[in-house]
Design a protein around this ligand. Structure first.
Ligand SMILES: [Mn+2]
Length: 384
């Protein structure tokens, strides 16, 4: 039997100020469903992070509805699970959808009662462990007092090990040790790098199909992350995105194939001096600019937008090198004030000196202070 594995769609994702929903819709319509029709899998598995936010906006929900409808039309049985970006809202109508071959796992039902797959006469057990909040997990087993979700999952896997029927596949949304991270995996609902699960926790399973990590990877021929189908940061430039196809025979993976899918948008990073960048031909890619200039440039963003209409973010190379916020503060203020002790007026004074390389003049100070006091007054009256 053939399983097409995907994860981390992040429907409604915003990259800096750019909402990618339109591009996502185009990708699914033009590319993803073409691939699905081509591959004709027996099962499509989405291992979590269906949406980018626990409370998706209406347009994101509409796109998901459209995708579900298309899955029904092409008659591909599907299993979705919740990831750390999802909430149970994503699983609305799941009882109804189950009747047409689309399952959305929102609790531990399919963990305690696994789904069965028929692979040329051999039964395979599919254990489904969606990502829930710790409170939701604890309700599922009427257990309490876990420190974090990782501890809960460890305990669950350990306690259930003798019940696992073989061959067993686990579908989940979590991070195992020894994996490759990007800057896209946000620790929503507590899933961060601190909560890596050791590989030994999964000894009862023959295969572990996972979401959460956005860069596609396979470990020990057993732990498979398909990664997100689209690029969601400048960090992973040039890395191919797509889906993973698995063929299963006699309960074992007989064929593992990576299918790269083209993205409808391009992400690019330019590292150069302003003088060189402004002479470049117009580029409609989604762009990050790293300026090598040492001095701040007046209206640089407006100027650069003439060349890069989809400029998403701009940094000075020197600032990027500066290690963190606290370093920046100690550079500004000789007294090495902590962020909480900073006084807005002295921040401005230091900022002015930092940018222009000279002391703040009395006239400038008067103007700034006038508007600052007006601002403070309005905040007091109306709130932010
Ligand atoms: Mn994700």
């Amino acid at each position: 039997m053939r399983i097409l594995l995907t994860s981390d769609w992040h429907i409604g994702k915003t990259l800096f100020s750019k909402n990618l929903l339109e591009e996502q819709a185009k990708f699914f319509e033009d590319t993803f469903f073409a691939c699905l029709k081509d591959v004709k899998p027996d099962l499509l598995i989405n291992a979590g992070d269906i949406f980018d936010r626990p409370i998706p906006d209406l347009d994101s929900l509409r796109l998901f509805e459209e995708l579900i409808k298309r899955l029904f039309e092409v008659k591909v049985k599907s299993l979705f699970i919740l990831g750390n970006h999802d909430s149970r809202r994503a699983s609305i109508h799941s009882d109804l959808l189950r009747m047409v071959g689309i399952a959305i796992a929102r609790d531990l039902t399919y963990f305690f009662n696994p789904l069965t797959l028929d692979s040329s006469g051999t039964k395979i057990y599919l254990y489904v462990l969606p990502y829930l909040s710790l409170r939701e997990y604890e309700e599922e087993v009427e257990g309490q007092g876990f420190e974090n979700t990782a501890d809960f999952i460890k305990s669950l896997l350990k306690n259930w090990i003798s019940h696992i029927k073989k061959p067993a596949i686990l579908v989940s949304h979590l991070a195992v040790s020894g994996t490759i991270w990007t800057d896209e995996e946000l620790p929503l609902k507590g899933l961060s790098r601190e909560y890596l699960l050791p590989l030994e926790c999964f000894s009862a399973f023959d295969l572990v199909l996972l979401g959460h990590l956005h860069s596609p990877q396979v470990h020990q021929k057993k732990f498979i992350y398909p990664g997100s189908p689209l690029p969601y940061s400048f960090d992973l430039l040039g890395k191919e995105r797509g889906v993973t196809l698995l063929e299963i025979k006699d309960g074992k993976v007989s064929h593992l194939e990576r299918i790269n899918l083209p993205s409808p948008y391009e992400l690019k990073v330019y590292v150069d001096y302003f003088e060189n960048l402004k002479r470049l031909p117009r580029d409609r890619a989604l762009v990050k600019v790293i300026l090598k200039d040492k001095q701040p440039i007046y209206e640089v963003e407006r100027e650069l937008r003439k060349v890069f209409p989809n400029l998403l973010t701009l940094v000075y190379e020197e600032d990027e090198r500066r290690e963190n916020f606290l370093d920046f503060l100690s550079y500004l203020d000789e007294d090495k004030a902590t962020p909480f002790e900073l006084e807005p007026l002295s921040v401005f004074k230091n900022f002015y000196k930092h940018i222009l390389g000279k002391e703040l003049e009395e006239e400038v100070w008067q103007v700034f202070n006038k508007y600052y006091q007006k601002f403070v007054g309005e905040v007091e009256r109306y709130g932010y």
